[in-house]
Every structure is written in structure tokens, then in C-alpha cells.
Write a protein that binds this ligand. Structure first.
Ligand SMILES: Nc1ncnc2c1ncn2[C@@H]1O[C@H](COP(=O)(O)OP(=O)(O)OP(=O)(O)O)[C@@H](O)[C@H]1O
Length: 704
């Protein structure tokens, strides 16, 4: 990344790039991801072709301070296999990142167009070796890439391979410093290492090695393992299942191909996909593996991959037009359904809402391969579903009806909450009708869907509108950064959390049979890298429906509703430390007392406890009361535990500041476990209270 504070940078050739948007002429759109649109562009002062990546700041979590910090770090990055930014600056609500133009786009894009079953082994070896060199370099510099995937491996016409997306765009969705937020949930589920998916376990550069192994499979198959499943299922499969491998796929044709391959490829992948991160090799060590020792130079094996293909922008355009035309024939889904999908997606993947038990419940509703032979077909089509901006704006809401899914739905009708989420995730799949493939043949008779005049016009208008929004807002000067930063924070706090409960209620009315076509799709733009879009840590997308129908209800944080009166109080308590229950939890933050309160479920009748003690009361009346009491007791215990934990933390801080009070011991109760057994909770609670009493006596502080 260039000197963002000054706005310009000298590249290796000592060429300076200005931070003035009028110096760049945006040409064709050559790609887009979840966060950005990438254009081929001309840098007018030197007439040089560059790529300009326009990142939408409205859709990111980080403020510009974070981005600037990351950009400064990026300025130190200098390796032939890591794509570097020449400079970057803010234009309206976009961050423009100027970088070298990689004329053949990403490996993912190339596979979608011409290699839907993956590349041949020689090309894979070369691409992976160059990528591994980039990782080795980054790891030596103390960085973790965290988004290694085919969609981020870019190719140049002469076969040069560069790893992209390290830095600003990744930082933008990290809600802060990447190294400090290594327990947050950021990345792409299919490519994410088990330790990354497990909250609290922490991870290191070995997470990239796992992603690298997944990428190897992606390049070999044309898609990442588990990509046909919805995100929640992917999370669980990654954590619980045996690691995927080269022979995991049941595709006969592919197996045959692999069996003829050098076994060292298979072995290398297996080394990367070891669940214990400590047992994975470093990038440096992996580079010495025989698979890479024998890898051909990329100009020999990679260059020929795109020898007969039309220019990148024509491929992208053709695919966009084709998909747009297909989509135009479809009935548009209601905005409401899309909003439900988005909200529930976010609910499912947000860092503060990570609930493994919940995920298990959801995943149990998704059938495995054995149950769903039809999934493969759909997945194959999904792979060919070339992402285009127009298409993916809507794909999130398409679903597929199939009889198996309907049966599944009927069987699980009682489990509404989980089913709603499952359905919602599956709605992101592709409509079965949108399955026509576009393949550019490698024999030179490549096909190219031509744009009609009106279509061309619309594209041009669009590009112009992007251009017309440019302003001379200049480089990321600290002053600019700070100003923008505060407004950015404001925007983020507006959109970051969601009114989920009302939406799920609507979802139950709009229930559809689930489809199982769901490789990870993102709201709004599921990207040209649609199989490889990252999960955002916490929101990042503006809600389509801003439901304030509940009195004072501002947002749902995880399972907790937050009322308008107590927003500030809520911010003070780390919600991640509060054990979560069901979505319909009666837990609320009280405005008046600034403490957590209960809203007990309405009971069938209003008997007093005396009346209920009467032995004549029928069991049918007692049972709901008992259930309610049990729930309240249990929640109260959780709350007390949480408050005590907070108290301990505060005391620990006090103690370290004034040296008067020894910090209380932190036990297993501090781990935030959601599913602690009731009896264990009671023991822990009693211990806590005993400790507190002892401490209170010691310090003469009366907490109770
Ligand atoms: N320098 C470049 N030259 C040519 N094409 C590029 C360049 N950078 C990106 N692209 C194309 O644009 C696509 C999207 O870019 P990129 O992956 O950086 O966006 P993103 O929003 O960060 O995506 P995601 O979040 O899904 O990884 C790439 O997959 C690639 O096809």
C-alpha cells in the first residue's frame, strides 16, 4: 500500500501515482467481491494500465484509522508474489486502491469460465508454489493473510501469480487491528481452519496453511470442499468431520484423474489439512515438499491456461449479461425475504452470536450427501454460476424447491427457529432455472455473449455514475481520516446490529421449502468469488428492514434485545460473556435499573404460589409454572455469574491499580460456556458467592 497519508507512492520503477481520482480513467469492470468492484483503468499521467479497486466504505466495519494503519503496514510489503497497492485515497464513500492490473483475473474466475472441474496438476503445482512463496514472505513479516483462496490468487498474461487481498480490504471487515482481533470471526468458512472457527482458541499463521490446503483442493476440483453446504453446516463439518482430502470427492471422473497424479500432491494437501495447527508445516517447510520441488515455472504451465480466451473484461461482461438476462426472466423475490435472509445470515455468523449448540441444531436439519444425491448437480451448476454484480444482487433470495427438502421441512416443523435460519440460508442458493453454463472453450472457438446496445448503455451509464461520484477528497490525511472515522462509526453503529426477532416472525409466515444449494452467499453481492466470499465479523450491511415495532426495541444483540433507553449501559457489558439461551429469551436490559431483568413467559393462569402449592392443582397447570420457574432460575444463575464475572474483572483492575484488593481467582466459570449443566452452574455459583462473601468480609465492602 502506498503512503496513504500523503496519497502517492513510488513503485519499484520509481513511478509516482497520484491520489487524485481525475488522474484515473476507469474502463471496464473486471471483477468484484463482497466489498469492492475492480476496474481496469488508465493512469492518465503515464498512460499506464492499472487496476482500481473501489471499496465501499459504507459496507465495512472498520473506521478509516484502522484502514490507514493497515495501509501503512502494507507499505512495507514488497514481494513479487504479493500484489501491492500503488496508492489509495478516498473518493466519496469509496476507498480507491490503485494496483497493478492482473490481466487474467483470479483463479476462481478462470475456473468458472473454462475449467469448471479444476486445473490440471502442473498448473496447480505452479500456482500453489507461487502462492506459498507469498505466504512464506508474509509469515516471515509477521502477517497472517487470513483469506487465502482461489478468488484471491491473481494471474497475469505472462503467467505471473500474485496473492491479493492482503491488507486494506481484509482490514476493513475486521473491525479493528487484525493482529489484535485474532479471536474474532472473520474469513471465509469453506477455507477457514478449525481453530479459527472455534471461538476463543486463537490462531496463528498456520491458519493460512489450512486455507492453502483448501485452496489446493479448490484448484483441483473447481470448488472448495463443503462449498455446497450452507455456512453453518460448513462450520460444523470443518470442526467435527475428518479433514477433507484429495480423494474425498465422489466424482468418479475426478478420482480417476487424481489416481494418475503424483501422490505427492495428495500428501502435500494432507499435511496442510491437519486439524492440530501445531502439526501443520510452516510455509517455508512446505515449500521444500517434493510436490513443489517438481513444480514447473508458471510461464510454462499457467500461461497456456488462458491462451485462447478473450480479454478478461469481455469474459466478465459476457457472463454478467448472460446471468442478468436469465435473472430478468425470474420473478423477483420480495425485499422482505431478502432482508430476512440477510439478517438471519448475519445472526448466524456474527462473532458475538456464535453458538455452537445452535449451529448443531441448524446443521442437523441439513441433509448429508447420502440423503441428497441431487445436491451435486445443483452444486455443479452453482459453480458455473458466474458471479456478476447484477445477478448476485438477487441470488441471495433465490431458493430451490425440492421434494426432499419439503419432507425435511415437514419432519422438522416443530423446530421453527432453527428451520427458519436453515431455510433462510438455503434461500441464498440459486434457482434451478438459472443453471445455464457459459464456457469459453479452449480450442479457440470461444464464445462471447455480445452486449446489446441497451445493455452496453446501461453498463456505461453505470460506470459513468461511479465516475461522476468521484470527488477530490484526496488522500487519507490524518484529519480526513478522523473526520470520516467518526461518521463512519456512526453509520456502523446504525447498521451493525439487526432487528432479528421481527424478521424471523415474518420468516415463519413466508416459509418455503429449503434448498441445499448454498455455498456461502453474501447479502447484496455474493461476488464473482461467490463461492469464496468472506464472512463478516458483525454485520456490515445496512438493514433493509428497520423494524422498530416492539416498544423501545432498538436491536437484538445475539439473542438479547436492547431497548433504546439503555443503549449506553448495554455497551458497557461485554455481551459475549453472557451465556445465551434461546432466541425467545426473556432476558432484557432494564432501562430503569441498568441491570438485567426478566420478562417471564405468560403463564396459563394467575394462581398465586399458595394456590399452586395446593395438592389439588392439576399437573397440567403446574408443569408450565415449573418450566417457567426453572427457566428463570437458570437464567438468573447465568446472569449472576455474568455479573460476578464482571465484578471480578472490575476488582482485578482496581487491585492492580491501588494494590489493596487481591484479584479473585478466575475459574472455569469464566469461559462463557453456553451449555454448562445446571448442577455445575449451581456449584460454581455457590463457590462464587462464597468467594465473594469472603472477599467482602476481608475488604469491608458490602456487595449484597
Ligand atoms: N489487480 C487486479 N487485476 C485484475 N483483476 C483483479 C484485480 N484485483 C481484483 N481483481 C478481480 O476482482 C475480483 C474481486 O477482487 P477482490 O477479491 O479484491 O474483491 P473483494 O471484495 O476483496 O473480494 P472478496 O471479499 O470476495 O475476496 C477478483 O476475484 C479478481 O477477479
Amino acid at each position: 500500500m502506498g503512503r496513504m497519508g500523503l496519497g502517492s507512492h513510488h513503485n519499484q520503477n520509481q513511478r509516482t501515482y497520484s491520489a487524485n481520482s481525475s488522474d484515473y480513467k476507469l474502463l471496464e469492470e473486471v471483477g468484484y467481491g463482497a466489498s469492492a468492484t475492480v476496474y481496469r483503468a488508465i493512469y492518465l499521467p503515464s498512460n499506464e494500465v492499472v487496476a482500481v479497486k473501489c471499496l465501499d466504505l459504507d459496507r465495512c466495519n472498520s473506521n478509516l484509522d484502522d484502514i490507514r494503519r493497515e495501509a501503512q503496514t502494507m507499505s512495507l510489503i514488497d514481494h513479487p508474489n504479493v500484489i501491492r497497492a500503488y496508492c489509495s485515497f478516498v473518493v466519496d464513500s469509496n476507498l480507491w486502491v490503485v494496483m497493478p492490473f492482473m490481466a487474467e483475473g483470479s483463479c476462481l474466475h478462470l475456473m468458472k469460465i473454462a475449467y469448471q472441474d479444476g486445473f490440471e496438476e502442473a498448473a496447480i503445482g505452479s500456482i500453489l508454489k507461487e502462492t506459498l512463496k507469498a505466504l512464506d514472505y508474509l509469515h516471515r513479516q509477521g502477517h497472517i493473510h487470513r483469506d487465502v483462496k482461489a478468488g484471491n490468487i491473481l494471474l497475469d498474461t505472462n503467467g505471473v501469480v500474485k496473492l491479493a487481498d492482503f491488507g486494506v480490504s481484509a482490514c476493513m471487515f475486521d473491525a479493528g487491528d487484525r493482529r489484535r482481533s485474532r479471536n474474532t470471526f472473520v474469513g471465509t468458512p469453506c477455507w477457514m481452519a478449525p481453530e479459527v472457527l472455534q471461538p476463543g482458541s486463537g490462531y496463528n499463521s498456520k491458519a493460512d496453511i489450512w486455507s492453502f490446503g483448501i485452496t489446493a483442493l479448490e484448484l483441483a476440483h473447481g470448488h472448495a470442499p463443503f462449498s455446497k453446504y450452507p455456512p453453518m453446516k460448513v462450520l460444523l463439518m470443518t470442526i467435527q468431520n475428518a479433514p477433507p482430502g484429495l480423494d474425498y470427492d465422489r466424482d468418479k471422473k475426478f478420482s480417476k484423474r487424481i489416481s494418475s497424479c503424483d501422490q505427492s500432491f495428495k500428501e502435500m494437501v494432507a499435511m496442510c489439512l491437519v486439524k492440530d495447527q501445531a502439526k501443520r508445516p510452516t510455509a517455508e517447510k512446505l515449500l521444500k515438499h517434493s510436490f513443489f520441488k517438481h513444480a514447473k515455472p508458471p510461464e510454462l504451465s499457467v500461461k497456456k491456461l488462458f491462451a485462447d480466451l478473450p480479454p478478461l473484461w469481455n469474459r466478465v461482461k459476457a457472463l454478467q449479461l448472460k446471468d442478468a438476462a436469465q435473472l430478468a426472466l425470474k420473478k423477483m423475490p420480495s425485499a422482505e425475504q431478502e432482508a430476512i435472509s440477510q439478517s438471519e445470515y448475519k445472526r448466524g455468523v456474527s462473532a458475538w452470536n456464535f453458538d455452537i449448540e445452535d449451529l448443531k441444531a441448524q446443521a442437523s436439519l441439513v441433509r448429508d450427501d447420502d440423503d441428497m444425491p441431487e445436491v451435486r448437480d445443483e452444486d455443479e451448476n452453482m459453480k458455473s454460476y458466474v458471479g456478476d454484480k447484477v445477478a448476485t444482487d438477487f441470488q441471495f433470495s433465490f431458493g430451490k424447491s425440492n421434494s426432499a427438502a419439503e419432507v425435511s421441512q415437514t419432519e422438522n416443523r416443530g423446530q421453527n427457529d432453527q428451520l427458519q435460519l436453515s431455510e433462510s440460508l438455503n434461500k441464498k442458493g440459486k434457482s434451478p432455472e438459472i443453471q445455464e453454463k457459459i464456457v469459453f472453450k479452449k480450442n479457440g472457438s470461444s464464445t462471447e455473449a455480445m452486449a446489446s446496445t441497451s445493455e452496453k448503455d446501461s453498463i456505461l451509464t453505470k460506470a459513468k455514475s461511479v465516475k461522476s461520484r468521484q470527488s477530490q477528497s484526496g488522500p487519507l490525511m490524518p484529519g480526513v481520516v478522523l473526520t470520516h472515522s467518526s461518521s463512519e462509526r456512526g453509520r456502523n453503529s446504525d447498521r451493525c446490529e439487526n432487528d432479528i426477532q421481527p424478521l424471523t416472525e415474518k420468516a415463519s409466515q413466508l416459509r418455503r421449502p429449503p434448498s441445499f444449494s448454498g455455498p456461502l452467499m453474501l447479502p447484496n453481492r455474493a461476488s464473482a468469488n461467490s463461492l469464496s466470499a468472506p464472512i463478516k465479523s458483525s454485520g456490515g450491511y445496512r438493514d433493509s428492514i428497520d423494524d422498530k415495532s416492539k416498544p423501545n426495541l432498538v436491536q437484538i444483540k445475539g439473542r438479547f434485545s436492547v431497548t433504546s433507553e439503555n443503549l449506553d449501559l448495554v455497551k458497557d457489558i461485554p455481551l459475549s460473556t453472557v451465556p445465551r439461551r434461546s432466541q425467545g429469551s426473556p432476558l432484557r436490559k432494564s432501562a430503569s435499573v441498568g441491570d438485567w431483568m426478566f420478562e417471564p413467559k405468560p403463564l396459563p393462569t394467575c394462581q398465586s404460589s399458595k394456590e399452586l402449592s395446593n395438592s389439588n392443582v392439576p399437573a397440567s397447570l403446574l408443569v408450565p409454572h415449573l418450566q417457567n420457574l426453572f427457566q428463570q432460575t437458570s437464567l438468573q444463575q447465568d446472569l449472576i455469574m455474568n455479573l460476578l464475572n464482571n465484578l471480578q474483572l472490575a476488582e482485578a483492575v482496581d487491585a492492580s491499580q491501588n494494590g489493596k484488593l487481591p484479584p479473585l481467582p478466575r475459574g472455569a466459570e469464566n469461559n462463557g460456556s453456553v451449555e454448562t449443566a445446571a448442577s455445575e452452574r449451581e456449584c460454581l455459583l455457590l463457590n462464587k458467592i462464597s468467594e465473594l462473601h469472603a472477599r467482602s468480609a476481608f475488604s469491608n465492602l458490602n456487595y449484597f
